[in-house]
Each structure stands twice: as structure tokens, then as C-alpha cells.
Design a binder for this molecule. Structure first.
Ligand SMILES: NC(=O)c1ccc[n+]([C@@H]2O[C@H](COP(=O)([O-])OP(=O)(O)OC[C@H]3O[C@@H](n4cnc5c(N)ncnc54)[C@H](OP(=O)(O)O)[C@@H]3O)[C@@H](O)[C@H]2O)c1
Length: 262
């Protein structure tokens, strides 16, 4: 895909991986971005940080249907079409299932999955107007391999993986490439309350994701060869992964105990 002068709609572009994706896209010739996030201040910082880009900034929550409609209507009025939709906004709340609040359970599902599906639905007519369109959905390594204490988050990210796969096939006769990115732990504001070390940088994740978009890859799976082997083991020999979970149980518990970015 040639990204030059494409119009890109990205949710959660005001921090972390989303913001790094914007920087990477600018380096590939993109000038026009529509960004949705809940914090107005964080959104407004984008204009001063990336002076060579044009922004449509829409304050809103991807879990609110009315905000999604507002976003799509604004973009339609200003652009008339969308070339690339990046469904990146996401939240996390981990720990033993019984200790995750009911509110955090519902909100993780609504933000990470329901909102992503609804925005895709509402943005499709605009993507269909593009000569060459793409949808990039940000899942997670946990969307392939679920770990203890990440039950709800992992469920939303597996949902993203499956939704992406179905849409890729549903849109097979449209000129819309659908791809999914599976980052491992990445050093962003989302990870401040986790106790995970040696994370990938958001810039590196963005670089690999955009490389994948340009090359029309369907899955960008980060985490190296070992991750690919683990995915294979998890599919073909799940009990082996259960044994690994048993060995690392306390370490997982400790790392996830206070991990919350909602
Ligand atoms: N960091 C990791 O280790 C990692 C690993 C695998 C996958 N991922 C996935 O990568 C994506 C980006 O994560 P990140 O680490 O960059 O997170 P982050 O640093 O917390 O940034 C999240 C971005 O999404 C926005 N956002 C959150 N909830 C939103 C909502 N309801 N509506 C609209 N915007 C919302 C945030 O802005 P506001 O708060 O202002 O709304 C922010 O711009 C997420 O889908 C995450 O699940 C992250």
C-alpha cells in the first residue's frame, strides 16, 4: 500500500502506540489525521507536537455510540472518505477475576471490542470510497495466548483477532486490506502500573505495524521466534502452556496485581 497523502483515522492517537503510529505515518508521507481520545488536552498536544500534519481532533469515548457517530460524521463532512482506519484505543484492568470490578469488566469489553466493532461498521461506507483502503486493528499477544489474571483483557483481544479475521474475509472483494497487530509488552502509559520490564518501545511497534500495512501483511505478530513457537504450542499442545502457567503463576499474579489503565 502506498501511504502517501492517505487520510488516516486513528483512535487513541494521543498517547503510546497510537501516537507513535502517527509519527511513523508522517515519515511515510501521511499529512491528514482524524484522532479520537477522551482527554481534550492530550488531543490538543498533537497539533503542537506534529506541526507538519493536519488534525481533525474529536474528543470522545469509543465505547459511546453517540461519540462514534459524531466522529464519523465529522470526518465525512471534512474528508468525504477515509483511507486507513486504525482501531488502536484500548484499556486494561488485570488481576484475579473476582477482584476486577464489574465496571472494569464491562468497560474493557465496551472500549476494546464493542467500540472497535461499531466504529468499523460506521466507517466502512467512508473506507469504501477510498481507492485503496486499510483497516488496522490493534490486538495483543494475549489475543493469541491467554494468561492467568488477564482474563477479561485477553478475551477482548481474542475478540479483536477473530473480528479482524472475519472482516478480512468478508471484505475480500472490496479494496480494503484488513490486518491485525499483536504487540507484546510495550513501554507506554498503559504499562506504568504493571511490573513488567524489558518492554518494546512504542516507536518500534509502530515501525513494524506500518511496515506490515505497506506490505499488506495480515498479521503482525511481535515477540520474535519464541512467540511464534508458543502460539503453535498453545494451539496444538495447550496443556504444555498450562504447565508453563503453573510454573509462572505467582510471578504473573505479582505482575498483574495493580495493573490498571482504564
Ligand atoms: N502497551 C502494551 O504493552 C500493549 C501490548 C499489547 C497491545 N496493546 C494495545 O495497544 C493499544 C494502545 O495501547 P497503549 O499501550 O498505547 O495505551 P495507552 O498508552 O494507555 O494509550 C491509549 C490511548 O487510547 C486512548 N483511549 C483509551 N480509552 C479510550 C476510549 N474509551 N475512547 C477513546 N480513546 C481512548 C487514550 O486516550 P484517553 O485516555 O485520553 O482517552 C490514549 O490515547 C491498545 O489497544 C492496547 O490494548 C498495548
Amino acid at each position: 500500500m502506498n501511504l502517501k497523502n492517505k487520510k488516516v483515522l486513528v483512535t487513541g492517537g494521543s498517547a503510546g502506540i497510537g501516537k507513535a503510529l502517527i509519527a511513523e505515518l508522517i515519515s511515510k508521507g501521511v499529512h491528514d489525521f482524524a484522532v479520537m481520545g477522551r482527554s481534550k488536552e492530550k488531543l490538543e498536544d498533537l497539533s503542537s507536537e506534529f506541526k507538519n500534519a493536519n488534525f481533525i481532533l474529536v474528543q470522545g469515548d469509543v465505547a459511546q455510540l453517540s461519540d462514534i457517530v459524531k466522529l464519523v460524521e465529522t470526518v465525512e463532512k471534512k474528508w468525504g472518505s477515509v483511507d486507513v482506519l486504525i482501531n488502536n484505543a484500548g484499556v486494561i484492568s488485570t488481576g484475579e477475576l473476582g477482584r476486577i470490578s464489574d465496571e472494569d469488566i464491562v468497560n474493557q469489553i465496551n472500549i476494546n471490542l464493542t467500540g472497535l466493532i461499531l466504529l468499523t461498521k460506521k466507517a466502512l461506507p467512508l473506507l469504501r470510497k477510498s481507492e485503496e483502503a486499510g483497516i488496522m486493528n490493534i490486538s495483543s499477544g494475549l489475543g493469541y495466548i491467554a494468561k492467568p489474571f488477564y482474563s477479561v483483557y485477553a478475551a477482548t483481544k481474542a475478540g479483536v483477532r477473530h473480528f479482524s479475521e472475519a472482516m478480512r474475509r468478508e471484505l475480500i472483494f472490496d479494496n480494503i486490506h484488513v490486518m491485525t497487530v499483536f504487540p507484546t509488552a510495550t513501554d507506554t502509559p498503559m504499562m506504568i502500573t504493571s511490573k513488567i520490564e524489558n518492554m518494546d518501545s512504542a516507536e518500534w511497534v509502530a515501525q513494524k505495524s506500518i511496515e506490515g500495512l505497506i506490505n499488506k501483511e495480515i498479521n503482525v505478530i511481535l515477540g520474535g521466534e519464541q512467540r511464534l513457537k508458543d502460539i503453535d504450542t498453545n494451539f496444538n499442545h495447550p496443556l504444555e502452556m498450562d504447565e508453563k502457567a503453573k510454573e509462572l503463576y505467582e510471578s504473573y499474579r505479582e505482575k498483574t496485581e495493580h495493573h490498571r489503565a482504564m
